[in-house]
Design a protein around this ligand. Structure first.
Ligand code: ZN
Length: 272
């Protein structure tokens, strides 16, 4: 999250950037639809593991009717969490003001809506790490210091991400792993290259098609677990790319050095 955006922006991340950032996030989360692109030979006819009736896209993971009761609990817990965090902070800074805090603070904001919307910030955007400016301004009424406000919102997002990981994503991954076992899809198979899949897609920041791995520490889940700005992950990927490039150059140098050495050696033998 970035607090240093110009005041004209509509969120912590400028809305003009939102589209492309969301695109990256959607590509990164290893949903079934994503896995199909990587390995159509293994996951071709697979559907959402929870409802078994719809395609599992990024949005569907959270909007699936089979998990709606859990998602509603998460939303309720998140509403209580932001109030608790504000009260704790205000109590620490200005003990006399706590009694003036309404318990329904921010209750009507669209971020609590569990829908997909192109016009409004909804709970799906919070999951992605986007916090609308109106939301942070509303919290900022009680927390004046920008650093305190930033740390409170980061803590709020961390807590939210732990909830969705533990209550939605991890159980979903368990279902996928069980189904893979049933169909004898092994880790070895998953790691094997498939010529019909979309390989070497430079836009895809997807490290492994192994859902067991992907379900634990990689990519978006890493972001969920650490609460880091997801852009940090993009930067990490760039760093990996540069590391690989350096390795590649070093390998080339060693190769040319060997060839030069052997050539010199042979020449010296011929002219001996
Ligand atoms: Zn579903």
């Amino acid at each position: 999250m970035d607090n240093d955006e110009p005041s004209s922006s509509t969120s912590f991340l400028a809305s003009s950037k939102k589209k492309s950032h969301v695109k990256y996030l959607i590509e990164e989360l290893p949903t079934i639809e994503h896995m199909k692109k990587r390995r159509p030979d293994l996951y071709n006819n697979w559907l959402c593991p929870n409802c078994e009736s719809q395609q599992e896209t990024f949005s569907h993971v959270w909007l699936c009717s089979s998990v709606s009761h859990v998602m509603n609990q998460i939303i309720t817990a998140s509403k209580q969490d932001i109030v608790r965090l504000i009260i704790e902070k205000v109590t620490a800074l200005h003990p006399g003001r706590v009694s003036s805090l309404p318990s329904t603070i921010l209750d009507q904001h669209s971020v609590w809506s569990l829908i997909h919307s192109a016009d409004e910030f909804t709970f799906l955007d919070l999951i992605k790490g986007f916090v609308p400016k109106e939301f942070s301004l509303a919290v900022g009424i009680y927390i004046n210091n920008p650093n305190d406000l930033k740390s409170l919102i980061v803590t709020f997002l961390d807590n939210l991400h732990v909830r969705i990981r533990d209550q939605i994503w991890s159980p979903r991954c368990e279902l996928i792993i069980e189904k893979e076992k049933t169909l004898n899809i092994t880790t070895r198979q998953k790691k094997r290259k498939n010529s019909s899949s979309i390989q070497n897609n430079s836009n895809t920041v997807f490290i492994s098609s192994d859902s067991t791995l992907a379900c634990h520490n990689l990519g978006f889940i890493d972001y969920i677990q650490t609460g880091r700005n997801w852009l940090d992950f993009t930067r990490n990927v760039s760093h990996c790319f540069l590391s690989n490039l350096v390795c590649y150059i070093v390998t080339l140098k060693i190769y040319f050095f060997s060839v030069t050495f052997l050539f010199s050696f042979n020449v010296s033998l011929v002219f001996r």
